[in-house]
Design a protein around this ligand. Structure first.
Ligand SMILES: [Zn+2]
Length: 150
């Protein structure tokens, strides 16, 4: 008798938890130094897109003893290994906790960037594949706008 698949009850913290990032680092043979854990933990707590300076300042505001260079080097190592995301923006790089393909919406008033999961309709993807001759494997959309007045 075919059972229905169990509903997905995993919470966001279980599926995207910082422990997952730790084990990805281990799988990649990356050393999990105290500083590296601090950086990962902060990114997973804040769930935002932050510059190296933001991350440095927030860690120090929490009384964590870590140098700016160490923050920067850890972020670069983690992003080049694909453990964290990195956005190249006009005013510098921003780092985020998610490494799976996802889209963003940027507020034109505040500059705040929000993660967004959008799925393009299959017909549109088909059309793009026909136009370009490429098989689409993943995509990210960059949207921008202003908050609707309530
Ligand atoms: Zn993001």
């Amino acid at each position: 008798m075919a059972a229905h698949p169990a509903p997905n009850t995993a919470t966001n913290s279980e599926t995207h938890g910082v422990d997952l990032a730790y084990s990805r680092c281990k799988d990649l043979g990356m050393r999990l130094s105290r500083q590296r854990r601090m950086v990962l933990e902060l990114l997973w707590d804040e769930r935002d897109h932050l510059s190296a300076r933001d991350i440095f300042e927030r860690l120090n505001a929490k009384g964590r003893n870590i140098g700016h260079t160490s923050v920067y080097q850890n972020l670069e190592a983690l992003q080049s290994a694909g453990v964290i995301e990195c956005l190249d923006r006009a005013n510098g790089r921003l780092y985020g906790y998610r490494s799976d393909p996802h889209s963003h919406i940027t507020c034109l008033d505040s500059g705040a960037i929000q993660d967004l999961d959008v799925e393009l309709p299959a017909e549109l993807l088909d059309q793009i594949e026909k136009q370009t001759g490429y098989r689409i494997e993943n995509y990210t959309l960059n949207l921008s706008g202003r908050r609707l007045k309530p």
